[in-house]
Ligand binder design. Structure first.
Ligand code: GLU
Length: 490
């Protein structure tokens, strides 16, 4: 039987990093097994499901490169892939369970149920349905219906038994069915509950493996009992560990961004995101850490997913992003930086390809995130220069800075070439002529041109700025130094 797996998000929010990791594991398992990766949208909750959320989820998956074989926009043999379009199927299957005596109508109102839950809580008992509608006879039902009550349909739990499965990640997991109650499968408005729709769909879509977060582990016994009542063979299950923040509590907004889109906006690239996510619970040999998506398709094994919670370590993601940026072929890196900067309002399209490549080369080896490009490249992306106060006051404390910057401007003004080579020759030539260390002249020029002490190589900086801006900034800094430095001679 060929492998069929599904990622089944509810479109009620953004694509969370936890969801993205679940999708990734499903994708890798399917690809590695030559199977099918299905995207199913669990949108039965009409009040909470939104188009915007759906769009964000699809966009996030595509950005990560997790293309699905069946689902929204793709179609497939087992559709529809939106639960909101499968209502008659749930109704028909619920009717079948009812007819077989495995489900019964329940007339209890929300208010009555709430009252009983409170009473149970007051007695220190776990909340569970007391089963009072299970034994109703036809006359009692007719009476309740005459009161205008709308019936929900509840699953009639079979007698006490152990419900167990062999989880691919966690090994044998067992629950006692007495801990469960007769849960609702179809609400009084005709909508299915999650557990019911999930079982019907997993069966009808021929899902062979359910890979999902272990927050669903308590749903699994209910789902297994439903499969059993239908006489269906359930898929295998793999419950992957939850993701924790650095402080050991469940990953949440308190720990920073939790949506994939936020990391994209912060300048992370999908190659790094995929690599980082896969390691939240899985390892290859405990040594190799950098993988491409193609590597992962070959190497990923569901059996090697651990059951211990995984820690979301932002520094590691940053490091990994820098590594993956470096691994990109240069033209691709240029494209990513350009695209990212364009989204931030820095349009480089009028610049020559040489210039754009030079910019990325100049800042490239330092990049951890694409956002860094805005910082390191800021000197040339913005017309106004922001001087780092600490760097500037250091220059003010040094003698002769103004006159030297002025002299450098004059030499460069006279340099007909304005190439990397000629800029270096002129700068070093001036240092020799003044009998000072080239490094001192260059560090002052770097602050004058970029506003910072740490910046790309000086000659690249000059070349990227172009003659006019280079001269203007050197002269401005010289004039400013003359008016602000205690060492100025005027
Ligand atoms: N819609 C459920 C969720 O988003 C799916 C759970 C499952 O994979 O069965 O958590």
């Amino acid at each position: 039987m060929s492998v069929r797996v599904r990622f089944a998000p509810s479109p009620t929010g953004f694509l969370h990093v936890g969801g993205a990791r679940t999708a990734l594991y499903n994708y890798l398992f399917a690809r590695g097994q030559g199977g099918v990766f299905i995207l199913r949208i669990e949108d039965t909750d009409a009040a909470r499901s939104t188009e915007a959320s759906l769009a964000a989820i699809l966009e996030g998956l595509r950005w990560l490169g997790l293309e699905w074989d069946e689902g929204p926009g793709v179609g497939g043999t087992h559709g529809p892939y939106f639960q909101s379009q499968r209502r008659e199927r749930y109704r028909a299957h619920a009717d079948a369970l009812h007819a077989a005596g495995s489900a019964y109508p329940c007339y209890c109102t929300a208010a009555e149920l709430e009252q009983r839950r409170e009473a149970q809580a007051a007695r220190g008992e776990p909340p569970r349905y007391d089963g009072r509608c299970r034994g109703l006879d036809a006359a009692a039902r007719a009476r309740l219906e005459a009161e205008g009550r709308q019936a929900a349909l509840r699953f009639a739990l079979p007698g006490a038994a152990e419900v167990a499965w062999d989880d691919i990640v966690r090994g044998r997991v067992a629950f006692q069915s007495e801990l469960l109650d007769d849960f609702v499968i179809l609400r009084s408005d005709g909508l299915p509950t999650y557990n019911f729709a999930c079982v019907v769909d997993d069966h009808e879509m021929d899902i062979t493996h359910v890979i999902r977060g272990d927050d669903h582990i308590s749903n699994t016994p209910r789902q297994l009992l439903l499969h059993q009542a239908f006489g269906w063979t359930p898929s295998r299950f793999a419950h992957v560990p939850m993701i924790l923040g650095a402080d050991g509590s469940r990953l949440s907004k308190r720990h920073g961004a939790t949506s994939v889109a936020a990391y994209r906006e912060l300048g992370y690239i999908p190659e790094a995101m995929v690599n980082f996510l896969v390691l939240l619970g899985w390892s290859y040999d405990g040594k190799q850490e950098l993988f491409s998506l193609e590597d992962l398709v070959r190497r990923f094994r569901l059996e090697r997913v651990g059951s211990n919670p995984a820690i979301f370590n932002l520094e590691k993601l940053e490091w990994m992003n820098g590594q993956h940026l470096r691994l990109l072929p240069e033209p691709e890196r240029v494209r990513r930086v350009e695209e990212f900067l364009a989204a931030r309002g820095h349009d480089l399209s009028a610049r020559s390809p040489e210039w754009r490549a030079a910019l990325v080369r100049a800042i490239g080896s330092r990049l951890k995130t694409l956002t860094d490009a805005e910082g390191y490249g800021g000197f040339v992306l913005r017309d106004d220069l922001t001087l780092d106060p600490a760097a500037w006051s250091e220059l003010l404390e040094r003698g002769e800075v103004g006159p030297r910057l002025q002299a450098l401007a004059e030499r460069i003004a006279a340099d007909g070439d304005f190439s990397l080579e000629s800029l270096e020759r002129e700068t070093r030539g001036l240092a020799v002529a003044l009998d000072i260390k080239a490094g001192d002249l260059m560090s002052a020029a770097r602050v004058a041109l970029t506003g910072r002490k740490v910046a790309p190589g000086l000659f690249e900086v000059m070349w990227l700025l172009g003659r006019e801006r280079t001269l203007a900034r050197l002269r401005d800094a010289a004039a400013r130094w003359e008016s602000e430095s205690p060492h100025a001679r005027v």
